[in-house]
Design a protein around this ligand. Structure first.
Ligand SMILES: NC(=O)c1ccc[n+]([C@@H]2O[C@H](COP(=O)([O-])OP(=O)(O)OC[C@H]3O[C@@H](n4cnc5c(N)ncnc54)[C@H](O)[C@@H]3O)[C@@H](O)[C@H]2O)c1
Ligand SMILES: O=C(O)C[C@H](O)C(=O)O
Length: 330
């Protein structure tokens, strides 16, 4: 029996993501947690004729976070505020850092063995925050904590198919590594399957579109938030990959992970010099069983992109670590 929790379930991502999880054969029970409207979303989804109960929990209620998390096998976290035009993901840190910290405190207490999937931005910093909180409670397992970067992979596949006039974007796979914001997102177009040849200005424009795809949606939504539906799809793909691995089925996806403690991670860390990096991960019953070092296969152009990404990530990671070590005065 797999119990999945969505924290931030009443939001723009939370609702469609909860719907997709309700439809998944890999989920037997769904708990929806939010500060508002989660019982309403749960009541709505509970009428769908797929197996498994759905229950809503509000932060202010007695059962609250504890009720939602107890017995959880996987917790997906899209709680927090989204960007408006003109904002960077880092501008969300002030509010979202505390939200993620609070939910992770709950996971450390009530579901320390759960797989944790963090969607809340800035992912480059919220994942280190989560790790530091879990470390404080002596329950940190790098194999079970993931920053969800799947939307970057989904965009890379879609935009690359478009540029290459390939009809079915699902038949294209572009490895995307690094982090989840602007230049920390590094698509390795030279390692695309099937092989594509995209050069010069077309390549530069494609890389830029993948790196700043989020801005495209923020701009188009014009103040009404950022990507929600494509993110729900991407988050669902990632959650199913983790759950397939947990069942012993073959599953891989890119994820932003702490490189220590995952097989292959230390080799990657030696190259990038930072603790966290998104790389292709193979999942198994314990979570991330292997991190694939594809960075050495990147071409010269991509090695330059990697350098820029690493520089950006350093500050994002230390900002998250510092937040937990030296909490801001209220
Ligand atoms: N990783 C990615 O690729 C990716 C993609 C898109 C969006 N995001 C991020 O996901 C987050 C959510 O985006 P959204 O569009 O769904 O926002 P939203 O405002 O529509 O939904 C957020 C939900 O979180 C809830 N929430 C706020 N504080 C909470 C708390 N303390 N506990 C539980 N729930 C709480 C809100 O009530 C709301 O229902 C944002 O930070 C956004 O930047 C990440
Ligand atoms: O762009 C954003 O702020 C949301 C998300 O990180 C995205 O990539 O769409």
């Amino acid at each position: 029996m797999v119990k999945a929790v969505v924290a931030g379930a009443a939001g723009g991502i939370g609702q469609p993501l909860s719907l997709l999880l309700k439809l998944s054969p890999y989920v037997d029970e769904l708990a929806l947690y939010d500060v508002v409207n989660s019982p309403g979303v749960a009541a709505d989804l509970s009428h769908i004729s797929t197996t498994g109960p759905v229950k809503g929990y509000l932060a202010k209620d007695e059962a609250g976070l504890k009720g939602a998390l107890t017995g959880a096998d996987i917790v997906v976290i899209p709680a927090g505020i989204p960007r408006k035009p003109g904002m960077t993901r880092d501008d969300l840190f002030k509010i979202n850092a505390g939200i993620v910290q609070n939910i992770i405190e709950g996971i450390a207490q009530y579901a320390p063995k759960a797989f944790i999937l963090i969607i809340s931005n800035p992912v480059n910093s919220t994942v280190p925050i989560a790790a530091e909180v879990l470390k404080k409670h002596n329950v940190f397992d790098p194999k079970r904590l993931f920053g969800v970067t799947t939307l970057d992979s989904v965009r890379a596949d879609t935009f690359t198919a478009e540029v290459s006039s390939i009809k079915d974007p699902k038949s294209v796979h572009v490895p995307v590594v690094g982090g989840h914001s602007g230049e920390t997102i590094v698509p390795l177009l030279s390692l695309t399957t099937p092989n594509v040849s995209i050069q010069g200005e077309t390549r530069d424009k494609l890389v830029n579109r993948i790196q700043f795809g989020g801005d495209e949606v923020v701009k188009a939504k014009d103040g009404a938030g950022s990507a929600t539906l494509s993110m729900a799809y991407a988050g669902f793909l990632f959650a199913e990959a983790v759950l397939k691995g947990a069942k012993g089925e073959a599953a891989t996806a890119a994820a932003y992970i702490h490189l220590d403690g995952v097989t292959g991670g230390s080799e990657i860390k030696q190259k990038v010099g930072v603790d966290y990096f998104a790389v292709p991960v193979t999942f198994g019953p314990e979570g991330a069983v292997k991190a694939e070092n594809i960075l050495t296969k990147a071409n010269e152009y991509e090695q330059q992109l990697l350098k820029v990404a690493i520089d950006g990530l350093k500050g994002n990671i230390s900002k998250g670590v510092d937040f937990v070590a030296n909490p801001p005065a209220n």
